[in-house]
Structures are given as C-alpha cells and as structure tokens.
Ligand binder design. Structure first.
Ligand SMILES: NC(=O)C1=CN([C@@H]2O[C@H](COP(=O)(O)OP(=O)(O)OC[C@H]3O[C@@H](n4cnc5c(N)ncnc54)[C@H](O)[C@@H]3O)[C@@H](O)[C@H]2O)C=CC1
Ligand SMILES: O=C1O[C@H](COP(=O)(O)O)[C@@H](O)[C@H](O)[C@H]1O
Length: 256
C-alpha cells in the first residue's frame, strides 16, 4: 500500500510534473481549485485552500502534504498573495496538524531571494561567476510574491518548532517541460526539468529530515543556487542541465 499524500495545486504546472513523474508511487488525494477537465484517477477535492472545513476533509488520513496551491505570478498583488499564499498556507497547515500529518513539502520560490541578484546580474547567471546561494542566507524577496513565499517558509518553521512536523521548503527555480527557457539567461541558470522536479519531490517525501530549505533546480552549468543541501538532506540526484540544450526545436510554454 502506497503512502497517502495530499497534493494541493494538482491542476497546475508543478502538479502536472509531479503526477506525470511519480503519480504511481503514492496514494494521492488531489486538491483542484476548479473542476478538472478529465476525471482524476485518484480521490480529489475541488475548492479553495483557505476553506478550513474542506482542508480538514482533504487532510484526513494523509501522512504527507505537498503544498503547491497559490498565486504563482511574480507580479501578483498583495491582496492576492495575502489570501491565496499566506493565509491559504496557514489554513492548510492548521488542518494538517489537526489531522496528524507528519510531513509538509512546500513550494517556495527563487523569488524568496530575488534581490540577491540585483547588484550581481547579469554576471551571476554566467558560468565564470562563482557566487552561490545555499539556503542558509536570510531571504531577500524581490516582490510581494516572494514575500509570500518567505512567509510560507516561516509558517513551516513555526509549525515544525511548535508541533514537530517535518518541513521541506523547496525554492523552485523555473520549471519548463520540453526544454530550458531560450534567450533567458536567468531562466537557464535556475531551470528545473520535469523529471528532476518529480524526483526532487519524491526525495522530499522519502528522506528523513526536520526542517529544510533547499533549492529546486536542475544541475545547470549556469546555476547560482547550490544543490549541496538538496543532495545531502534529501538525496537529490539531478539528471538535467540547461547547458545540454541547443535552443533548436523551440516549443512555446504557457505563461502565467
Ligand atoms: N512553475 C514554476 O517554475 C515555479 C512555481 N513555484 C510555486 O509552485 C507552486 C505551483 O506553481 P505552478 O504549478 O507553476 O502554478 P500554476 O498556476 O500552474 O498552479 C497553481 C495551482 O494552484 C491553484 N490555486 C491557486 N490559488 C488557489 C487557492 N486559493 N486554493 C486552491 N487552489 C489554488 C491554481 O488554480 C493552480 O491550479 C506555486 O506555489 C508557485 O509559487 C515556485 C517557483 C517556480
Ligand atoms: O516563482 C516562480 O518563478 C518562476 C521563474 O521566475 P521568472 O521571474 O524568471 O519567471 C516563474 O516562471 C513561476 O511562474 C513563478 O511561480
């Protein structure tokens, strides 16, 4: 019998990468914001992560939560990130603790540390620049969306210290499917391939840890995020590298 895992934001891009890659590995409960076009092959709920009653139902019998639901826009307004990202995470984590959930895996973002780039770009996107963030630095969000992601990490810190739940915050870079972003150095530096995304989340669901902040990117030559903590704490073994793609056969991906 597979471990029961609640996946919020199941209908989104990161949720799709996870379900495509490790959909058969867990006994999923899926949370969608609106009714999915195709009937999911798992138990599912439709509604808002700020709905405490619904989150209590969704968390019942679950061992781990992968929390992706939220407003992912870098220019999302304060009102939206306050409600969807900060309050939503708090409501979900309360329900998870009440239900006895043992592990929370949280989709944080590169935007939690976006202002480290301000005085270093574009050099830090290049292979001859050695600067790296490793997750021990204090956050420097570059927008309100980034502020909300830091708040999510901090909520996780509080719930870990207060209730003992294991928490892994993954500062996801830039997930694209067919190939890394083209003509976008920053995107190539922080690219996360679909298979590395699925594998990283599997490691976050399997490894033993207390509270972690790791960077979620592929092993890109251009990276300015260290992968050492993800490797050491989770056993992450990335397979992809944006430098291995030539930029031919461009496929347009949906923007948010
Ligand atoms: N795609 C990427 O490269 C990155 C994504 N992330 C984070 O990963 C998570 C997922 O992002 P994506 O899949 O790219 O976004 P997405 O927009 O494709 O998926 C997010 C899903 O959450 C749902 N959602 C939004 N607000 C909700 C609410 N209040 N209640 C219930 N569901 C709600 C949306 O309907 C959507 O299906 C987000 O938290 C985002 O901040 C972080 C860094 C990079
Ligand atoms: O957190 C996120 O970051 C990625 C990459 O950021 P960008 O500023 O280079 O676009 C973004 O694609 C994603 O939508 C967002 O949630």
């Amino acid at each position: 019998m597979n471990d029961p895992v609640l996946l919020t934001g199941a209908g989104g891009r990161v949720g799709g990468a996870i379900l495509d890659g490790i959909g058969d590995e867990y006994d999923w409960t899926l949370l969608y914001h609106s009714q999915p076009a195709e009937e999911p092959d798992a138990e599912y709920f439709v509604g808002d992560v700020t709905d405490a009653e619904l989150m209590a139902e969704a968390c019942a019998g679950v061992e781990s939560v992968v929390h992706l639901a939220g407003d992912p826009r870098r220019d999302a307004p304060w009102e939206s990130v306050l409600q969807n990202n900060i309050h939503g995470t708090k409501v979900l984590y309360d329900a998870a603790i009440d239900a006895g959930v043992e592990r929370l895996v949280y989709a944080s973002s590169n935007h939690a540390v976006g202002h480290f780039e301000t005085e270093r770009k574009p050099d830090l996107y290049r292979t001859d620049d050695d600067f790296k963030l490793d997750g021990t630095e204090l956050p420097r969000p570059g927008n309100f969306y980034g502020v909300s992601k830091v708040a999510g990490e901090t909520l996780g810190r509080y719930y870990h210290d207060e209730h003992g739940v294991a928490v892994c915050n993954i500062r996801i870079g830039n997930l694209t499917k067919a190939h890394p972003p083209i003509d976008y150095e920053r995107g190539q530096a922080m690219w996360l391939s679909h298979r590395d995304c699925a594998h990283l989340h599997q490691r976050a669901l399997e490894a033993e840890y207390e509270y972690e902040i790791v960077y979620g990117i592929s092993d890109n030559d251009r990276k300015y995020y260290s992968l050492e903590r993800a490797k050491e704490a989770l056993g992450y073994e990335p397979k992809d590298n944006s430098a291995h793609f030539s930029g031919e056969d461009r496929v347009e991906e949906p923007e948010n």
